[in-house]
Design a protein. Structure first.
Length: 185
C-alpha cells in the first residue's frame, strides 16, 4: 500500500524540488518523483556503496563535511519538510549525515557540515542532475572550478530510486563517491 500511495499521488508542487523544477518535475521517473514530491516527512531505506578518498586533504575535507566512512552499508534516509525547505537525515549504517536544503532565487542550497553548496537542477534523459554553482567552506567562498569533477544525479534503478554522488578536488583527488538505491515501496 505505501508504494501505491507514494507513486500514484500527485506531487505537492509546494515541495522543494518540484517547486524548483516546475514542469520538468513531471519528466522524472516515478521513483524519483515519489521521494522528492512529498509535502510531509517521508522515510526510505536501501543500500549504499561509499568510497572515501585516502589523501590527507580528502580525509580532512571528509571529516569537515561529516561524510560517511567507506563501505557497502544499509542506508536509511528521512526527508523532513518544513518552512519551505528540507532536512535530509541519512544513516549509512551507524553513521549519521544530516544536511539542510532550501531555495533562494531559483537555486538549491545545501548546508552539509562546514560546507555550503549551491546547485542548479536540470532533468536530462529522465535523470535529475545537480550542477554545482558555488561552494563555501567554513564560510569562505571557494573557486567552483576546483569542484569540476563533482557530480550528482538521481534516476530510476529498476523501479527504485537510484543515486550517484561524487566529489573530487585537484590535488586531493576523490573526496567521496556514494551510490546506491532506495526502495520506494
Amino acid at each position: 500500500p505505501a508504494r501505491r500511495n507514494c507513486l500514484q499521488r500527485d506531487a505537492a508542487m509546494s515541495a522543494l524540488l518540484p517547486r524548483l523544477l516546475g514542469a520538468d518535475f513531471a519528466r522524472l521517473p516515478q521513483a524519483v518523483r515519489c521521494v522528492h514530491g512529498g509535502d510531509h516527512t517521508q522515510a526510505f531505506s536501501g543500500r549504499a556503496n561509499v568510497a572515501r578518498g585516502a589523501s590527507p586533504a580528502a580525509m580532512l575535507l571528509g571529516r569537515l563535511a561529516r561524510l560517511p566512512p567507506t563501505g557497502e552499508v544499509a542506508l536509511a534516509i528521512e526527508f523532513v519538510r518544513a518552512d519551505g525547505g528540507e532536512t535530509w537525515v541519512r544513516h549509512f549504517a551507524t553513521h549519521r549525515m544530516t544536511s539542510r536544503l532550501w531555495e533562494s532565487a531559483g537555486v538549491l542550497h545545501e548546508q552539509l557540515g562546514a560546507a555550503r553548496f549551491a546547485f542548479a537542477l536540470h532533468v536530462e534523459n529522465g535523470e535529475l542532475h545537480w550542477r554545482l554553482l558555488a561552494v563555501r567552506g567554513l564560510g569562505v567562498p571557494l573557486p567552483v572550478a576546483w569542484f569540476a569533477a563533482t557530480r550528482s544525479r538521481v534516476f530510476d534503478d529498476d523501479g527504485r530510486y537510484g543515486f550517484d554522488v561524487q566529489a573530487a578536488l585537484p590535488g586531493a583527488g576523490s573526496i567521496v563517491r556514494y551510490r546506491g538505491w532506495l526502495d520506494v515501496g
